[in-house]
Write a protein that binds this ligand. Structure first.
Ligand code: CA
Ligand code: CA
Length: 351
């Protein structure tokens, strides 16, 4: 990405000063849940008698909505997994093992696949994690049909594990049979993690986000990008998952710890990038109003003339962001008045 930010009367070209994505009109919010009405919306499946791993089981009573937040509570109260087919069908977590006691419980919410299935864009949540070690809360994506044996589409936007904020990506979980009857993970799959250098269980809200394109996956913490990887194959629609769990620890520790804590999610919001990537703009006098009414990435943008016959003065106190995949060419008559701002981005992320 090459971004220039230009402020005030022609033309001081500063270094990168990209707006945050949510303030950039190229990005339009297409879905969100603010968790502000006190009831869990039907877009969410709430996991009941699911086993996200370790010694924990999910119960629907551990997921609630109040005071503007979705709340996932982790408790040390034992739960018995009965011999019943209860809960919804197998997704990223299996059902609990029948007729088995689990020492701890937590909660799970995932978008119903045929209502919200997200593909490419920017996904952000504002979260306060359970305060204390060993909690394993997550905000992540998973392939929409829930089959773990094919492309899993898992992007861990944030996980609270090991007392750090951790982000992971798993492009697939494809298993290859071995001659001895076991399986191994397809080596063409990609998996990698990253620990954010901030305290994890800080008892404070932070914004966690990911920008997902066919080529790259880029993570954001409080509006700032901090990690980018090549997208090795997460190309299908995914569900959005908010989950609680407890890291596997020994029984003595488990029994000694009064686990009862909450993960609060203020909101989840999904954005799409507006793209008009075949359009070539070549204006003598640029139509600023038309641009503001339909802000989208263009193929190329050429504005003005070298001979002074065009008028291209930005409105005072206006912010204009021009984004093209190939090039932007501003001729000598383009003016940015004092108090206005011009940002130029040349980056091809059309898809
Ligand atoms: Ca609600
Ligand atoms: Ca809220």
């Amino acid at each position: 990405m090459k971004t220039f930010n230009i402020i005030a009367l022609i033309l001081c070209v500063n270094t990168i000063s990209a707006q945050s994505i949510v303030n950039d009109p190229h990005w339009v919010q297409v879905w969100g849940d603010e968790f502000n009405d006190g009831a869990i919306d039907p877009v969410w499946n709430i996991g009941h008698y699911m086993r996200p791993g370790g010694k924990c089981i999910t119960m629907n009573e551990n997921v609630g909505e109040s005071n503007g937040n979705l709340i996932i509570t982790t408790k040390s109260e034992p739960v018995y997994c009965p011999d019943l087919n209860i809960g919804f069908n197998y997704t990223a977590a299996g059902r609990c093992t029948h007729e088995t006691w689990y020492p701890t419980q937590s909660g799970w919410a995932e978008t119903v696949g045929n209502i919200i299935s997200f593909k490419y864009g920017y996904l952000e949540a504002r979260i306060k994690f359970a305060h204390g070690s060993n909690y394993h809360n997550g905000f992540w994506t998973f392939y929409a049909d829930g089959n773990t044996n094919i492309n899993a589409g898992e992007i861990d936007i944030v996980e609270s594990t090991h007392n750090v904020v951790n982000t992971n990506v798993h492009t697939c979980y494809t298993q290859i049979p071995l001659p001895n009857g076991t399986t191994t993970t397809d080596p063409s799959c990609y998996s990698g993690s990253y620990d954010l250098p901030v305290p994890l269980h800080t008892n404070a809200f932070h914004k966690f986000a990911v920008e997902w394109t066919p080529d790259t996956i880029r993570w954001y913490f409080d509006d700032s990008p901090y990690r980018v990887v090549t997208n090795h194959g997460i190309v299908d629609h995914v569900r959005i998952i908010l989950s609680g769990n407890l890291n596997s620890i020994d029984d003595a520790t488990l029994n000694a710890m009064p686990y009862s804590s909450e993960m609060l999610v203020d909101y989840v919001r999904a954005y799409e990038l507006q793209q008009d990537c075949e359009t070539v703009v070549n204006d003598c006098s640029f139509n600023f109003q038309a641009h503001m009414n339909n802000i989208a990435i263009k193929k190329s943008i050429t504005i003005g003339s070298n001979f002074g016959s065009c008028s291209n003065i930005q409105t005072p106190n206006s912010d204009i962001h021009l984004w093209a995949t190939d090039f932007i060419d501003l001729k000598g008559d383009y003016q940015v008045p004092l108090g206005s701002e011009l940002t130029l981005t040349v980056e091809n992320i059309c898809y």
